[in-house]
Design a protein around this ligand. Structure first.
Ligand code: PEP
Ligand code: MG
Length: 754
């Protein structure tokens, strides 16, 4: 059929001329299908495009009946055309009517044709339509024919997307440049309302020239760009293993694997030989890979695709002479970052840009980027597949981090509603920030200590402004989780010392590593477990494989040289674990002392009470420890045997009920008896009604997110503890286990306008 490359290049040139001529889209398409049929020696050439209703409509043909245009259609998955669209893969058959997937469409004049070759028309991995050629006599279509048709389909995707007469309603669903208002629902990873303008994390590069005028020139450009790219990646990796201009070493390593992949280079080269420019070739190879993945989702391949997309973006920027580093661009006011995928280090690179929101296509509530987004207090939403294809830089966007709603190019009415809400949020925040520095003193003169939870250096900036009396829980694992490799001792020492410096006179409770379960480190192997929440995690892991733990302890001891160190062990389920952990610390203390390091003046040892077994050895435990912290998230999960992250069950229990409040009260009493400092940590501490319940049973120290402190102070200042005690304590000691009205009764005591 088509002589490889030469014929297809000539065809592309013809198509280019047709595209440049002034005429309507349907006239152009007609000329194009005639040209394709002629050059490829086919009797039929047809274009089908997908409509938002999921149908593939015939919109141009040479060889089939003209009056079938606009009428003949197939649903995705139906017939050979539907199969191509569904699988986003070419189909070549020499006897189509006898193919099991063939679907006969009456009145389109398809009867005489046996041979069939069809390819998907793809853009950003989405199928916009199908391009087909057919012949009367059986044919064995060659690989070159398929490639040639794919290249033409790539060019056609431009025409389909950019020509409004074709694209308005027919391909609107797949059109990445659509301009209408849209409402999407995702999953909240960090709360708050964000109103602003879209900033694509990987700014899309619009390829303007697709058809090559000089193949050799394009080949040379590609070669030079790949060479440059490899060179710059090598240099970055040589210079540093750590974060540099937004490029983390791990990401760069993965990208490097692609950059040196011969298959990738070869495929781009082939596309140029077929007549594409270097840019179009880069984009086509990426679009094919994405299409394959969208049809067969796979988590590992998805990660690889992110790398390929990153590399594609860099290649396109290089080829088009644009700056590679997105961070150098000017940011609009209130930027809302929209990313297909984003690592924690990449998000941290935007610190100081006043992000109004973050949207990522993938990423769960416990993903690393979510941890950083929450630490930075940026409203963020995830689980919005393909959102990056639906927005452009500068689009107006609103994200509602209460409900998970995202409004793209919102209407005036929606903007007004959210601006109103946003204003209210700001007023409330202002009200709380005014009392942030005041005491947490109840109306009847009882003082509470409000502490803050932290996990990253960025959190520490809130310590004073939020009005926290200290850090009640520093989740040390977060720093390990966002790192690309195990942090070196020197870096850890520096980090912990900075945290202590930033806290000044205020205390910081360092909880030792709580990894395992859902908190995994990418750079160490974790065993597959049936029940990870009950598995080898936290102090169990630290004691069984102490190499990492020991380094952490050494770092903490050195960082706290000459000062107080508060050390807390997570997930202790037996006192012996506390003994073992303490012994290990003492050994490290002696080891470092022998080596001449300055050691802490005093170490306070504490346990995080997260496992109910400790409830029955409280007296013994309290004799050994300096402080106890209730890790209510896990304690309640194990107390009720309810997975804290499973939405189907996580609301089945209420901490404001007999069993947990009685258990918590027994902890308060044991700590009072043994004069052990007690604090309460966990998400429930930020629930206003739960706060009252906790106060009523004698909890006097609570560690919570810095953002919740202002409101908690406001509630405390407006509460009479004796009044809530009178309500809660009799109910707790009564044998009529009626929980229902407890929450209701306490709610009535909350101050208004929270
Ligand atoms: C807890 O379990 O309550 C707790 C504070 O620890 P984490 O949420 O980090 O598991
Ligand atoms: Mg916990």
């Amino acid at each position: 059929m088509l002589s490889p490359s030469k014929g297809s290049r000539a065809l592309l040139r013809h198509i280019n001329q047709i595209m440049l001529q002034p005429s309507t889209a349907s006239e152009r398409l007609k000329k194009i299908v005639v040209q394709i049929a002629q050059t490829m020696v086919a009797e039929v050439c047809s274009v089908y495009i997908s409509s938002p209703t999921g149908k593939l409509e015939l919109i141009a043909t040479e060889g089939l009946k003209e009056n079938a245009i606009g009428k003949a259609s197939l649903v995705i998955g139906e017939g050979l055309v539907g199969l191509i669209a569904k699988e986003a893969k070419p189909v070549a058959v020499d006897d189509a009517p006898n193919h099991p997937e063939f679907k006969f469409l009456p009145n389109i004049g398809e009867e005489p044709y046996k041979a069939f070759l069809g390819v998907p028309i793809l853009r950003s991995g989405q199928t916009l339509g199908v391009l087909v050629i057919q012949n009367r006599v059986r044919q064995d279509y060659k690989e070159e024919d398929i490639e040639a048709l794919e290249i033409i389909a790539h060019i056609l995707s431009d025409l389909i997307i950019n020509d409004p007469t074709i694209s308005t309603d027919k391909v609107a669903a797949a059109d990445p440049l659509m301009s209408r208002a849209m409402h999407l629902k995702g999953s909240v990873i960090s709360t708050g309302i964000g109103i602003g303008q879209v900033v694509l994390h990987q700014q899309r590069v619009a390829v303007t020239k697709r058809i090559a005028e000089d193949i050799d020139y394009e080949t040379t450009r590609l070669k030079a760009a790949v060479h440059d790219m490899r060179d710059s990646i090598d240099k970055v990796l040589e210079r540093t293993e750590r974060s540099l201009q937004g490029e983390s070493a791990e990401i760069m390593q993965s990208i490097k694997m692609f950059a040196y992949d011969k298959g990738w280079y070869q495929r781009m080269n082939d596309a140029i030989q077929q007549g594409l420019t270097a840019e179009a070739a880069v984009e086509q190879v990426q679009s094919d890979a994405r299409a394959r993945l969208l049809r067969n989702p796979d988590a590992i391949l998805a990660d690889r695709l992110h790398d390929l997309e990153d590399l594609t973006n860099r290649m396109l920027r290089r080829l088009m002479g644009l700056p590679i580093d997105a961070l150098y661009r000017t940011m609009p006011d209130n930027p809302v970052l929209v990313a297909r995928h984003m690592g924690p280090a990449e998000l941290l690179d935007y610190t100081g840009q006043n992000l109004a929101g973050v949207i990522v296509e993938d990423g769960s509530h416990s993903s690393h980027v979510a941890i950083v987004a929450r630490a930075l207090g940026i409203p963020s939403i995830s689980q919005l597949p393909s959102v990056t294809d639906l927005v452009e830089d500068g689009d107006a966007i609103i994200l509602d981090g209460q409900e998970g709603d995202v409004h793209i190019r919102p209407t005036e009415h929606i903007i007004q509603c959210y601006e109103e809400q946003f204003k209210n949020e700001c007023l409330i925040r202002e009200k709380y920030s005014k009392i942030a520095q005041e005491k947490a003193l109840t109306k009847d003169g009882v003082s509470l200590r409000l502490m803050m939870n932290a996990g990253l250096l960025v959190d520490m900036g809130q310590l004073f402004s939020a009005g926290a009396e200290g850090v009640g829980l520093f989740r040390t694992e977060f720093q390990y989780m966002i790192a690309q490799h195990l942090p070196r001792i020197e870096d850890q020492v520096r980090n912990y010392a900075t945290i202590l410096d930033m806290a000044g006179e205020k205390p910081v409770v360092f909880r030792t590593l709580d990894i395992g379960g859902d908190k995994r480190l990418s750079y160490i192997p974790h065993p597959e477990e049936e029940n990870p929440a009950l598995g080898l995690r936290a102090i169990r892991l630290s004691l069984q494989a102490p190499a990492i733990f020991r380094k952490q302890i050494r770092s903490l001891l050195r960082a706290a040289g000459g000062r107080h160190l508060n050390l807390m062990f997570p997930m202790v389920s037996d006192i012996s674990e506390f003994h073992d952990a303490k012994k290990l610390v003492e050994r490290e203390f002696n080891y470092l002392t022998r080596r001449g390091h300055a050691m802490p003046r005093r170490i306070h040892y504490g346990v995080m009470l997260e496992v109910p077994s400790l409830l029955f050895v409280l007296d013994e435990l309290c004799k050994e420890i300096d402080f106890l912290s209730i890790g209510s998230n896990d304690l309640m999960q194990f107390f009720f045997a309810i997975d804290r992250d499973n939405h189907a069950v996580s609301n089945l229990f209420d901490i404001i009920s007999h069993a947990p409040l009685r258990a918590l009260r027994s902890i308060v009493q044991a700590c009072e008896k043994h004069n052990v400092n007690l604090s309460f940590c966990g998400e429930v501490g930020s629930d206003p009604v739960a706060l009252l319940a906790l106060m009523s049973i004698g909890i006097r120290e609570i560690s919570m997110s810095s953002r919740a402190i202002g409101r908690a102070k406001y509630i405390i200042q407006n509460t009479d503890i004796s009044q809530i005690e009178q309500i809660v304590l009799p109910i707790l000691s009564s044998s009529a286990l009626k929980n229902d009205d407890l929450r209701e009764k306490l709610s009535e005591l909350l101050p208004e306008n929270l």
